[in-house]
Design a protein around this ligand. Structure first.
Ligand SMILES: Nc1ncnc2c1ncn2[C@@H]1O[C@H](COP(=O)(O)OP(=O)(O)O)[C@@H](O)[C@H]1O
Ligand SMILES: [Mg+2]
Length: 348
């Protein structure tokens, strides 16, 4: 039924006949063709914590700019005969911790009617994620701006990407070979090993030569030498925090959010009970941003989160980086505003 409707709708669309659902969309955007239509692909909005959700900050800002908002979850998106659609819902947001959104279904709508789509689904970076990027890439070909660019979401693996900037990094090795990693650990002493597709501090191990669990950890994390992982020299300055630096349209936000490990852990991830505090960027932080930002811009990565420990870049987050809310609050910034200033200028 849905497909039959889409087919007739598309033919009519091709014939230039005004459509019932087009009417719905234009009504929802105040019938003003100048109103930007911004879609968001995200995990269920009912489950977010508004006070620390960067996607929510982006939505509030888009709405403040009078964009019409459309909500999708990854499972709502589908491609039919070369065109991408989604079961969309018109979205309204409110900066309120108990009642923060309203949704009104508008049916299956083509993504090419949207000006902007924020792809903000959280990892896991699995095949489902990759297929979603294929669909978004198809919509991008017909002129919808997808943030971040789908191809780059696939290409810029959050752990591997820093290999493009070895001048900013401590010694590291990406390998599936336990014996190579073991050699690396022997050479560098205290190290971490981590999966290439983790987030939120998942499966980040500290290891050292004398660790009686070293073999077991390497077997487990490489799935018996069948999956490459990252080994990195341990950076002692982690005690001074893991700094999240947001790079927006190629420009660093001047303050980073330093995240400190909670009691009994070494991982600075807020998801693992860490705490945070804003700090101004150091000269070295700015230098690292200068190294990385042009590459991000080139790849259409308009919103990225660099993790810097001490003087060293340790990760570049591109899928769904966060920390806008905390930095906005502490320093009176409007980071999502910075993002949309750039995006709106590009759309002109
Ligand atoms: N090379 C390192 N030296 C010291 N601590 C590290 C290192 N790499 C990661 N960590 C710790 O593990 C946490 C998570 O690592 P990270 O590489 O950022 O992966 P994730 O994607 O899980 O956040 C960091 O916040 C930090 O506390
Ligand atoms: Mg991290």
């Amino acid at each position: 039924m849905v497909f039959a409707w889409l087919e007739s709708e598309r033919q009519a669309h091709d014939n230039g006949i005004p459509q019932k659902m087009d009417k719905v969309m234009s009504e929802t955007s105040n019938a003003n063709p100048n109103v930007l239509k911004t879609g968001v692909v995200m995990d269920p909005i009912g489950q977010i914590k508004t006070y620390k959700d960067s996607t929510f900050a982006m939505l509030l800002e888009a709405q403040r700019r009078d964009h019409a908002l459309y909500y999708m979850e990854p499972g709502d998106i589908f491609a039919k005969d070369g065109r991408v659609f989604a079961g969309m819902q018109q979205l309204e947001v409110r900066d309120n911790t108990t009642d923060w959104f309203s949704l009104v279904p508008v049916g299956n709508r083509p993504l090419d009617e949207l000006d902007i789509v924020l792809m903000r689904r959280d990892p896991p970076f699995d095949m489902g994620y990759i297929y979603t990027t294929y669909m978004l890439e198809l919509a991008e070909k017909t002129g919808t701006m997808i943030i971040n660019r789908p191809q780059s979401l696939r290409d810029a693996n959050e752990k591997f990407f820093i290999n493009n900037f070895p001048q900013c990094c401590v010694p590291m090795l990406i390998s599936s070979s336990s014996s190579l990693i073991r050699e690396f650990v022997l050479q560098h002493g205290h190290c971490v090993v981590k999966p290439l597709d983790g987030m939120g501090g998942e499966s980040v191990f500290q290891v050292s030569e004398s660790d009686m669990n070293l073999n077991v950890i390497l077997e487990t994390i490489t799935l018996h030498d069948s999956r490459p992982v990252m080994a990195q020299r341990y950076i002692d300055e982690i005690s001074e925090g893991d700094k999240r630096i947001l790079v927006v349209n190629g420009e660093p936000v001047p303050y980073a959010l330093a995240r400190y490990a909670g009691k009994g852990d070494f991982r600075g991830n807020l998801a693992k009970g860490g705490s945070s505090k804003g700090v101004p960027l150091s000269d070295r932080d700015r230098w690292i941003c200068e190294q990385v930002a042009p590459e991000l811009k080139k790849r259409g990565i308009l919103f990225a989160g660099l993790d810097v420990i001490g003087d060293w870049l340790s990760e570049v987050n591109v899928t769904s980086p966060t920390c806008i809310r905390e930095l906005d609050k502490e320093f009176g910034l409007n980071i999502a505003g910075q993002l949309f200033d750039g995006v709106e200028a590009m759309l002109k």
